[in-house]
Design a protein around this ligand. Structure first.
Ligand SMILES: C[S@@+](CC[C@H](N)C(=O)[O-])C[C@H]1O[C@@H](n2cnc3c(N)ncnc32)[C@H](O)[C@@H]1O
Length: 515
C-alpha cells in the first residue's frame, strides 16, 4: 500500500498524525499503526505492547468535523448563517446559549461531505479536509447503496425492513431539506459549477455518516467525524471495547480537550484495537455499517418483535395507550427476541394488548398489576398470562409465515455464499494483521499466521462479510438469507418456549380446579 494520504507531509494543514504524540516537544513513538485487516478493511493495531488504561489516541478539537464547522465551511455558509440568525432571534432567551444549528447535525455534515467529494472529483483541492475525504470509502456499503427494489425484496418479512425504511426515510427527508437550499445557493451564485451536489452525492455522504460518525457522550452527545478514530473496527464479542469519548482534561500540545481512546485491556504489538459500535445484530450492522458478522456468532443477534396498541381494530386503544403512559411505557415497542429466554416485560405488555377489559378502571387496574405488581391476574375468569403466551405464539406463527422463502432455501443460499466468499482471499488476516503496514514509522514485525480460510459448508460457518463482499448483490442476498435463518430459529425457539410455559399454566390451573 502507498503512504496514507492523511499522513501526507506535503499537505499544508497540520497532519492528523500529531494526534499520536502526547508531547509535541518529545514525541514518543505512536501507539497505533494503520493496517490492512482482511475483510474489515483498514484498522488500527498496537505498535508496541500497551497496558490497560493507556491513552492510545488523542484527536484535538481542531481535527473534528462537527456540524458547526460544516455549516461554516460549506459554500452555502452565507445562506446557512441567515437561517441561524433567524432561528436564534425567534428562540432567543438572552441566555447567551450558542446559536442553534440552521439544520439537523447530519444534514450539515452530509452537505459539507458531499460538497468536498464533488470538489475533489473535479480536482479542486482547496479544503483542509481533502486528505480526510480522499480516503473515505467510495461505497460505504450501507442499505443506502442497495437498489430500492432489491432492498424491498430482500428484507420482506424481516423486521430489518423497518430499519431500512427509517434509514432511507431519514436520508430522503434530509434531501428534502437541502434541495431547496441548494437551488437557492445556485441561484445566488454560491455553488461553483463543478460542485454538482446531487442526491447521489448526499446519499453517499449519509452512508459515510451511518458507518463512521462518532457520538461523544461527554460533549453533549455531539456527533462528529474524526480522522484516525474512524479507522477503528467493531468487535461483536467485545461488550464495550476500548473507550472512545471526549475528555475535556486531555491535552494536545497547549490545547485542552481532545477525543481520547483508552485501552480496555493490555495489547500485544500488532494486535488490532477494536471499539464497540453498540449491541447490534448482524442485520443492523449490515444495513448501517455495510458488513455482516455471522449471525450465529453474534451475541447481539435478535428478532425485533414489534408490538403496538392497535388503534384501528381495538375499541379500547385509547384507554390502553393512556394506561401504558401511566407506567412510562410507549404505545409501540420493539422487543428483542433472542434464542435464550424472553425479554423482560414482553409478556406483561402482550397481556395488556390482548386483554379485553370491560370498563376503563379495569384497564388501569390490569396495567398496575402487570407493570407494578408483576402479577398476571384473572380477567373475567381468563388467565392473562395464558392470554399473553397464546398471543406470543400466534405472533411468532404470523412472523414465520411472512418470509417469502423457506428455511431450506435460505440455508442453501447462505451456505453457497459461505463457500464462494471463503474462496475470495481478503487482504490480510483479521486478528493478527501481517503485510501492508502503513504508518509514519514504518512496518513492525508481526509473526505470520496461517491465512488459509476454513472451508465452510453451512450458513453457521459463514465468515464475516466485509464491505467489499456485501457490495456484490448476490453476496448481499446470501447475507440476508443467513440472517433470516437465524431469525426463524429465534422465532421457533420463542414459540416452543411459549407453548411449554402455556402447558405449565394449564396444568397449574387444572390442579387448582381439582383442589
Ligand atoms: C468506522 S469505519 C472503520 C475503518 C474501516 N475499516 C476503513 O477501512 O475505513 C467502519 C467500517 O469498517 C468496516 N468494519 C468495521 N468493523 C468491521 C468488522 N468487524 N468486520 C468487517 N468490517 C468491519 C466496515 O466497512 C465499516 O463500514
Amino acid at each position: 500500500m502507498q503512504s496514507h494520504p492523511i499522513c501526507s507531509p506535503s499537505h499544508p494543514t497540520p497532519s492528523p498524525i500529531i494526534v499520536f504524540t502526547s508531547s509535541p516537544n518529545d514525541p514518543p513513538p505512536p501507539q497505533l499503526l494503520l493496517r490492512q485487516c482482511g475483510r474489515e478493511g483498514r484498522g488500527l493495531v498496537a505498535s508496541r505492547p500497551l497496558p490497560r488504561g493507556e491513552v492510545m489516541l488523542r484527536v484535538p478539537d481542531s481535527l473534528l468535523l462537527t456540524a458547526e464547522r460544516a455549516a461554516e465551511e460549506s459554500c452555502l455558509g452565507p445562506l446557512l448563517r441567515t437561517r441561524s440568525t433567524v432561528a436564534a432571534s425567534s428562540s432567543s432567551t438572552g441566555s447567551g446559549a450558542p446559536s442553534p444549528l440552521p439544520l439537523p447535525e447530519w444534514s450539515l455534515l452530509a452537505l459539507l461531505l458531499a460538497e468536498l467529494r464533488c470538489r475533489l472529483a473535479a480536482g479542486d483541492r482547496a479544503s483542509r479536509w481533502d486528505p480526510y475525504v480522499a480516503v473515505l470509502p467510495q461505497r460505504p456499503g450501507t442499505v443506502l447503496d442497495w437498489p430500492a427494489k432489491e432492498a424491498k425484496q430482500l428484507l420482506r418479512g424481516s423486521p430489518l425492513m423497518r430499519l431500512a425504511d427509517s434509514i432511507n426515510g431519514a436520508a430522503a427527508s434530509s434531501w428534502q431539506e437541502l434541495e431547496p437550499l441548494i437551488a437557492q445557493g445556485r441561484k445566488d451564485g454560491l455553488i461553483p459549477d463543478h460542485v454538482a451536489l446531487e442526491k447521489s452525492d448526499l446519499d453517499w455522504a449519509f452512508g459515510v455518516l451511518l458507518s463512521r460518525c462518532i457520538r461523544l457522550p461527554s460533549r453533549g452527545d455531539v456527533q462528529v467525524l474524526s480522522p484516525w478514530a474512524d479507522l477503528l473496527n467493531h468487535d461483536v464479542e467485545a461488550e464495550a471495547g476500548c473507550h472512545l469519548d471526549w475528555d475535556p482534561t486531555a491535552e494536545v500540545g497547549a490545547v485542552s480537550g481532545a477525543l481520547v481512546l483508552r485501552s480496555d485491556r493490555p495489547y500485544t504489538a500488532g494486535q488490532q484495537v477494536y471499539v464497540s459500535y453498540g449491541s447490534k445484530s448482524s442485520g443492523e450492522l449490515l444495513l448501517s455499517y455495510g458488513f455482516c458478522p455471522p449471525p450465529a456468532a453474534n451475541p447481539h443477534q435478535d428478532y425485533k418483535l414489534r408490538l403496538a396498541v392497535d388503534r384501528q381494530a381495538d375499541p379500547l386503544a385509547d384507554l390502553k395507550v393512556a394506561a401504558l403512559a401511566r407506567h412510562g411505557l410507549p404505545a409501540e415497542v420493539e422487543f428483542p427476541l433472542k434464542l435464550e429466554g424472553l425479554p423482560e416485560g414482553l409478556l406483561q405488555y402482550l397481556a395488556l394488548l390482548d386483554a379485553r377489559p370491560k370498563v376503563a378502571q379495569e384497564t388501569y387496574d390490569l396495567a398496575s398489576l402487570l407493570f407494578e405488581g408483576g402479577t398476571f391476574p384473572l380477567l373475567d375468569g381468563e388467565d392473562t398470562l395464558a392470554l399473553a403466551l397464546r398471543g406470543l405464539s400466534s405472533r411468532c406463527t404470523a412472523a414465520l409465515k411472512a418470509y417469502p422463502t423457506s428455511m431450506e432455501v435460505d440455508q442453501a443460499l447462505a451456505a453457497g455464499a459461505a463457500a464462494a466468499v471463503a474462496n475470495r482471499q481478503p487482504r490480510g488476516p483479521r486478528r493478527a494483521a501481517i503485510a501492508s503496514t502503513i504508518s509514519a514509522t514504518g512496518p513492525i514485525a508481526v509473526p505470520p499466521t496461517s491465512g488459509a480460510p476454513s472451508s465452510p459448508t453451512s450458513p453457521d460457518s459463514l465468515p464475516t462479510l466485509g464491505t467489499e463482499d456485501v457490495c456484490v448483490s448476490s453476496v448481499r442476498a446470501a447475507a440476508v438469507a443467513g440472517i433470516r435463518v437465524r431469525e426463524r430459529q429465534i422465532l421457533q425457539r420463542t414459540q416452543a418456549a411459549a407453548s411449554a410455559q402455556l402447558g405449565d399454566v394449564k396444568r397449574a390451573a387444572a390442579r387448582t380446579r381439582r383442589r
